[in-house]
Ligand binder design. Structure first.
Ligand SMILES: Cc1cc2nc3c(=O)[nH]c(=O)nc-3n(C[C@H](O)[C@H](O)[C@H](O)COP(=O)(O)O)c2cc1C
Length: 303
């Protein structure tokens, strides 16, 4: 048996395959396709203090090798989450992590305080990198000072594991990773979507109502692998790799570059079983190559 587990501090994950926020609903949408509890963890939909309608349609556009989205954090808010969703998802036998978002630092703090009280949520993912909201979101993730401040403020009120999700829309992502590590992040996840744009030539209008949006999918994978490699060499906390992972080889690229775990995003729209399939693939690869513990291949390219 190959050991697949990884940990963030004292929080254990049974394997390194998680699902990315906004692409896996609350997990239960996938119950008909797989046993969600087999995953290392799920990161649920971006949650805010108040309900949000998200942006106007059209807010998704296909591009070669990727999706542009401007969903804008549509969700029913923390009250709804706590009453309707939490009881359901806390029965999963895996780590259920909430992705939190806000327009102001106080929003993040209030949300983190609420989630701190939810016994079955062992970690939050602090999203400071959403390119699709007018206020907050990426503004926090592209200013070093704001990234520091929001991380520090949340760290002050949140006692469980704090994962900070970084924006790729910066010149030097390593600076951001080091800054949030210094402010007490237990892990960093990267990357969120890359700012992009597409024009509908037939209508002679932007493809998205917001004009610009976030690019995800295979198109962003080389950028994500590069950033994960740079960050993993610089920080001491575990790095979670995200961006265009469709299959086993894609996931292995991130692990070999230094990620301790990965998140599957857009791939779940193409094949709802993508995450489970690539988990099986990782195990097969390790067995075939004679490794007994996944840790042996994390950052292997630097060895
Ligand atoms: C439709 C959609 C909604 C998303 N919503 C969120 C979100 O609420 N919070 C967040 O941190 N990231 C969100 N993301 C970003 C993904 O979690 C992920 O970082 C990004 O899509 C890159 O991974 P991928 O190429 O595997 O999709 C969203 C992505 C998509 C495509």
């Amino acid at each position: 048996m190959v050991k697949l587990g990884f940990s963030i501090g004292d929080l254990q994950f049974k394997n390194p395959v998680l699902t990315a926020s906004g692409t896996f609903g609350y997990g239960s949408e996938f119950d008909d396709f797989m046993d969600v509890s087999l995953l290392g963890g799920i990161i649920v939909k971006g949650t805010t203090l108040e309900p949000r309608e998200g942006n106007l349609y059209p807010r998704m556009a296909e591009t070669p090798s990727g999706i542009l989205n401007a969903v804008g954090l549509q969700n029913k808010g923390i009250d709804y989450f706590e009453k309707q969703i939490y009881p359901r998802i806390s029965t999963y036998n895996t780590n259920v992590i909430v992705n939190i978002n806000g327009s102001y630092i106080d929003d993040y703090v209030a949300l983190a305080e609420r989630i701190n009280r939810l016994e079955k949520i062992p970690a939050i993912e602090l999203n400071i990198s959403c390119p699709n909201v007018k206020m907050g979101g990426m503004a926090f993730g592209t200013s070093l000072n704001s990234a520091r401040e929001v991380t520090r403020a949340v760290r002050n009120v949140y006692s469980k594991k704090l994962i900070v999700k970084l924006s790729p829309n910066v010149t030097n992502i390593v600076e951001f990773a080091l800054a949030v590590e210094e402010e007490g992040a237990d892990s960093v996840s990267l990357i969120n979507t890359l700012l992009g744009m597409s024009v509908d030539v037939r209508n002679m209008k932007p493809a998205l109502s917001t004009i610009t949006g976030g690019l995800s999918g295979p198109a962003i994978k080389p950028v994500a692998v590069r950033m994960v490699w740079q960050v993993a060499k610089a920080v001491r906390i575990p790095v979670i790799g995200i961006g265009g992972i469709l299959n086993t080889d894609d996931a292995l690229e991130f692990l070999l570059a230094g990620a301790s775990a990965i998140q599957v995003g857009t791939a779940s729209f193409i094949d709802p079983q993508a995450s489970i399939k690539l988990l099986e693939g990782i195990e097969k690869f390790l067995t075939a190559r004679g490794f007994s513990d996944i840790k042996e291949i994390v950052g292997y390219i630097n060895k």
